[in-house]
Design a protein around this ligand. Structure first.
Ligand SMILES: [Zn+2]
Length: 250
């Protein structure tokens, strides 16, 4: 499995795109979250953007799904013909349909591809595009589902937004890479993760590596050296503070 960090930022960071991961395995690819500023970043980093199999939306905050109109309309302009699957929480189809209507009404009438919507719930366990998909609820300001993707050999956990829960820890158990929302350095905000909590979570999950994403913009700007030093001091697993475009092979 290959993970490309298309974006690593929080909602409104002017320096890095919204957190979004492009995951490849075999000939398949899935994009995890697609916020306002993530769609164009995806286009710049994907080897073959028109081959994308699926987009997973963790929750309905704009920095996690308002990039879909840009992704879809550019796909139309560039002649996509392959069906695209969009997975997300209950209501994903009506949300995306309304979003497209507001952003580019009637654009989908020109599309030469269909969209297949899948509503995801905790406890579901299914295979799609060569990946095994599973989910668990985080603790966030609105319902958010962390996701675990497994291919034949390796596994990735991505938190979406929010603090970990007993369910997300169970989901992440034994995964190769935990990518976790880490809004602040220490736990400060109910409903958000932190650097300290993410490293602790990944260690408890027995992960081989932990990537810290979605840092609050001033924390990322002013505390990056502290976080890197702390990451380098962890000896029992690899701790990453990825930059946009970084690739991690599992
Ligand atoms: Zn959120």
């Amino acid at each position: 499995m290959r993970v490309t960090f298309a974006g690593v930022g929080e909602a409104f960071d002017e320096t890095v795109p919204n957190t979004s991961l492009l995951v490849h395995s075999g000939g398949s690819s899935v994009l995890l979250d697609c916020g306002f500023t993530a769609a164009c970043a995806f286009w710049g980093m994907a080897d073959n953007p028109l081959a994308l199999d699926a987009v997973y939306i963790s929750h309905f905050h704009g920095d996690h799904y308002f990039g879909l109109p840009a992704l879809l309309v550019r796909s139309i302009e560039e002649g996509r013909t392959k069906r695209l699957t969009i997975l997300g929480p209950s209501g994903i189809e009506s949300r995306v349909t309304r979003l497209m209507e507001m952003a580019y009404s009637n654009a989908m009438a020109r599309a030469q591809f269909g969209i297949f919507f899948v509503e995801c719930d905790p406890g579901q366990d299914f295979r799609h595009a060569g990946f095994r998909f599973r989910f668990a609820m985080t603790n966030h300001a609105m319902p958010c589902q962390a996701i675990r993707l497994d291919d034949q050999k390796t596994s990735l956990f991505y938190s979406g937004d929010g603090q970990s829960t007993a369910d997300t820890l169970a989901l992440a158990s034994g995964s190769d890479l935990v990518v976790h929302e880490s809004y602040t350095l220490e736990p400060e905000h109910v409903g958000h993760g932190s650097v300290t909590a993410s490293v602790d979570f990944a260690r408890k999950a027995g992960a081989k590596a932990c990537a810290l994403v979605h840092l609050q913009r001033t924390v990322r700007r002013e505390r990056k050296a502290v976080i890197r030093a702390r990451a380098n001091g962890v000896t029992d697993m690899k701790v990453l503070l990825p930059e946009p475009g970084d690739i991690h092979i599992l």
